[in-house]
Design a protein around this ligand. Sequence first.
Ligand SMILES: Nc1nc2c(c(=O)[nH]1)N[C@H]1C(S)=C(S)[C@@H](COP(=O)(O)O)O[C@H]1N2
Ligand SMILES: [Mo]
Length: 300
Amino acid sequence: MSHLRYSQVTPKSEYLNRRRFLAGALGATALAHAGTKLTGVTKSPLSVTTEAVSAFEVITGYNNYYEFGTGKGDPSKNAQHFVTSPWTLSIEGEVAKPKTLDLDGIMKIAPLEERIYRHRCVERWSIVVPWIGFSLSTLLKQVEPNSKAKYVAFQSYYDPKQMPEGKYAGIKLPYVEGLRIDEAMHPLAMLVVGLYGEVLPKQNGAPLRLAVPWKYGFKSVKSIVKIKLVEKEPPTTWNLANAHEYGFYSNVNPEVDHPRWSQAKERRLPAIGMRPTLKFNGYEDQVGSLYAGMDLKKYY
Ligand SMILES: Nc1nc2c(c(=O)[nH]1)N[C@H]1C(S)=C(S)[C@@H](COP(=O)(O)O)O[C@H]1N2
Ligand SMILES: [Mo]
């Protein structure tokens, strides 16, 4: 039912007309919310239900995406001409059935679900996002990991021509990330193709990004081109940049401070005031057992 193809989504012109009508009635902000609508999306029980979803303008206007600049407003400004179609995703490494997928193939990995997740950046801001996608585990099972597959490595797209600001980012690109295989197989770990009912905006990591809601935001890698099952813990961008400040695990934890600031509190954008940060970002009941017996100060 929601095995959507890009060709099956509501024609953009029709959607835009509706949006223009609303924009006329409500003012200019509604026009910013004019992406390609995704249909046949079901609501997932894995959602946060009690907290208010952050405004579209906040989620799409305040971003970290260093390939397009280091300022929070840079990605929404600089990523708009980024070419995300055609796209090729390869899933390879320690698997029985490696595959490469185009955009249609990516949209057909699994039925699309809306999941409202908290997103907590290591810099102490947070938002609540209605992501659209499916569990990463669905894709991993399709390629049949072998017994050597202990970790999953992710790689972002990088093209200095399309991403000229990346040269001044101060981090090594392409952006790379990783998860332990049991973390990657956890149903909360999500591959994301949309938000707020629409195809993922470029500044949020189109066409495909990760959302790992119990970890700091930098684990949720954007514009994914490669997923590789590997035997050893893979290198990760922020750990390479500063191993003292950013570990491989990076689970949200109010009890483990960043060397330069406390992680006990956070700002829920656009508010200024601070609220307490929850252990595993509020997902302890679901994911706590993954880390049973681990020293969370050592494996930060
Ligand atoms: N490729 C890539 N992925 C990335 C980043 C980045 O700079 N490049 N920034 C990370 C950080 S620090 C955060 S907090 C989230 C931000 O996601 P958002 O802009 O959709 O809120 O993306 C993560 N994924
Ligand atoms: Mo972040």
